[in-house]
Design a protein around this ligand. Structure first.
Ligand code: SAM
Length: 212
């Protein structure tokens, strides 16, 4: 049995992959990769490596998470060195925790190779420091993907709205009206400056600024 590396590929630009992540790719027999991973990062794999796309858009799941978990275990049990390549950092809204749990349960050796998360890289590329002396001392990273029809939210909106200076929402576009109304209803000043940022590190990168 070989090892599985859960590798963060960074926020898009292939230059933001870590050296350790690249080294893992070069020795991999199998690379299992996501939608937001730049193709040239997958290109660091050996020509004879097997590459498997399991990308997920919010409405289009190529492979279910449970099947991805099984795939990692099966490939490792076949004696293959596996790289599970994920956008940003594997443990920030990347479901890397679930994959690690499955590997641990099945007794498969694994290692986490952190990546540069979009949670900090995206604001940075838009010129926004997420902390700034004298302006903000606390930073929160929140999922923007909670279903608004859920009977009870696992986000403590009252605390998020008033207890954190800079709040970064990932996967927030579809739920933007709900996010804004929850923040305002729970006490965030509607004059709070906001930025909506997409496609960071790509030519299509775009930032829209305004207030809540
Ligand atoms: C499923 S989450 C995964 C986050 C990832 N694990 C990380 O640490 O960056 C994907 C979300 O990250 C954000 N994201 C990732 N890459 C981005 C980029 N290049 N530009 C803007 N947002 C990005 C978007 O909100 C997207 O919906």
């Amino acid at each position: 049995m070989k090892k599985v590396y859960l590798v963060g590929a960074g926020p898009g630009d292939p230059g933001l992959l870590t050296i350790k992540g690249m080294e893992c790719l070069r020795k991999a027999d199998v690379v299992v990769y996501d939608r937001l991973v730049h193709p040239s990062i997958v290109g660091h794999a050996r020509p004879d490596a097997e590459t498997i796309y399991v990308g997920k858009a919010s409405s289009d799941h190529t492979m279910r998470q449970e099947d991805i978990n099984r795939l990692l275990v099966e490939k490792a049990l076949q004696g293959k060195t596996v790289v599970r390549l994920k956008g940003g950092d594997p443990f920030i809204f990347g479901r890397g925790g679930e994959e690690a749990e499955e590997l641990a349960t099945e007794g498969v050796e694994f290692e986490i190779v952190p990546g540069i998360s979009s949670a900090v890289a995206v604001p940075a590329y838009a010129g926004i420091p997420v902390t700034h002396r004298g302006l903000c001392s606390t930073l929160g990273i929140v999922t923007g993907h909670e279903d608004p029809s859920k009977t009870s939210s696992s986000i403590k909106w009252d605390k998020v709205a008033t207890g954190i200076d800079t709040i970064v929402f990932l996967m927030g576009v579809e739920n933007l009206p709900n996010i804004v109304s929850e923040l305002v209803a729970n006490g965030r000043n509607s004059s709070t400056p906001i930025a909506v940022i997409r496609w960071v590190t790509r030519p299509e990168q775009e930032t829209i600024t305004g207030t809540l």
